[in-house]
Design a protein around this ligand. Structure first.
Ligand code: ZN
Length: 347
């Protein structure tokens, strides 16, 4: 879990992935033969098979897990030193009030997302829904001081430690999708024999429209693609049984469809078979309110069979995202076994 903790706590919002890129580049370097970085910042780790089937070229399998997290960009510093910000990625404003943040200026400085105390709120104000444009960051400094450190365009991340709540459950910011990156790295560590070339891509800018996966799948030209991401664990009070997406602790999730991708049916069937043969706990999911890098891979060049394998996560896009260690483990096992057997599939 040390690596996952490091991945979650390292800052890197869409378009500003430099720091997290450094961490992942080093880790991918340990489990692949060659690591490249393209012009958008995607890290492509290549592990070529030494056992190619004699009658055909080895298949190229692309894995994609996005390294960017949602955050903000500073847009304005007012006369009293309060900072205004633009969201980068899909935030729920309800989860932002009273959060601690880190503003990444000339140096990193701490701040809080402030709001008027309830004691002085008008009745009408209490009823109003929170909008991001009404929020501000307070770093506790006067304009002259803050202006020396921060300027518009600097990025902001939410400040939250990785925590193991008990021996099964972890909570952190940015599990979306650093847990996907972790699963990708761990699967590569464990793989035994493999008859395909693996392109393990840590993509950039997924949260703002699958931009990194679009260009990296274009250059990799995979024969098959799997995105590794989080999905909604909706096993919460108030969710109807028939509306359930996935359950926390219910196993890795094989996506059937999301708002960007109808998963390749043969690939889904193959993954189910692999899971069943290897007694890997899994569930299937349909998520109509979001997509993954699989959407970009599938539509690359002349088309690529693609699907998503997800780690069920509660409270996605908040600082208290929550995952179950057994789901992480079953996701690693499924990816590992899939790679070891991918040469046998017909897609
Ligand atoms: Zn994600």
């Amino acid at each position: 879990m040390e690596l996952l903790k490091k991945l979650c706590e390292t800052p890197g919002i869409s378009g500003y992935e430099e720091r997290i890129q450094k961490v992942i580049k080093e880790e991918l370097g340990k489990v692949t033969d060659e690591v490249k970085i393209d012009k958008l910042g995607n890290i492509i780790g290549i592990k070529k098979t030494k056992k190619a089937m004699s009658n055909s070229l080895p298949k190229k399998v692309m894995l994609a897990a996005h390294m960017d997290e949602i955050g903000f960009m500073i847009s304005f510093i007012d006369k009293d030193g309060f900072l205004r910000f633009a969201p980068v990625g899909g935030f729920d404003p309800r989860t932002l009030i009273a959060q601690r943040v880190v503003v990444h200026g000339v140096k990193d400085i701490g701040g809080v997302i402030g709001s008027k105390p309830i004691h002085i709120l008008e009745e009408e104000e209490k009823k109003k829904a929170t909008k991001i444009k009404d929020l501000f960051i307070d770093v506790g400094l006067k304009k002259e001081e803050v202006s020396k450190i921060v300027k518009p365009g600097d990025f902001v991340t939410l400040d939250r430690d990785f925590k193991e709540l008990n021996n099964k459950i972890i909570t952190a910011k940015a599990l979306d999708d650093r847990v996907g990156v972790y699963v990708m790295i761990e699967a590569l560590k464990r793989i035994k024999s493999c008859y395909v070339d693996i392109y393990a891509v840590a993509t950039v800018q997924e949260e703002v429209g699958l931009r990194g996966a679009t260009v990296s799948s274009f250059s990799v030209e995979p024969d098959l693609g799997i995105a590794l991401d989080v999905t909604i664990a909706s096993d919460l009070p108030g969710t109807k049984e028939e509306e359930m997406v996935t359950n926390l602790g219910g196993g890795t999730a094989i996506s059937l469809m999301d708002s960007h991708t109808i998963s390749n049916k043969k690939l889904v069937d193959f993954l189910r078979k692999i899971a069943e043969e290897n007694k890997i706990k899994y569930q299937t999911d349909i998520l109509l309110g979001g997509g993954t890098d699989a959407g970009a891979i599938q539509r690359s060049k002349s088309g690529v069979p693609a699907c998503t394998i997800s780690i069920p996560t509660r409270y996605v896009h908040s600082v208290v995202e929550m995952c179950h260690k057994e789901d992480i483990e079953s996701s690693i096992k499924l990816i590992c076994k899939f790679l070891e057997n991918a040469h046998q599939g017909e897609f």
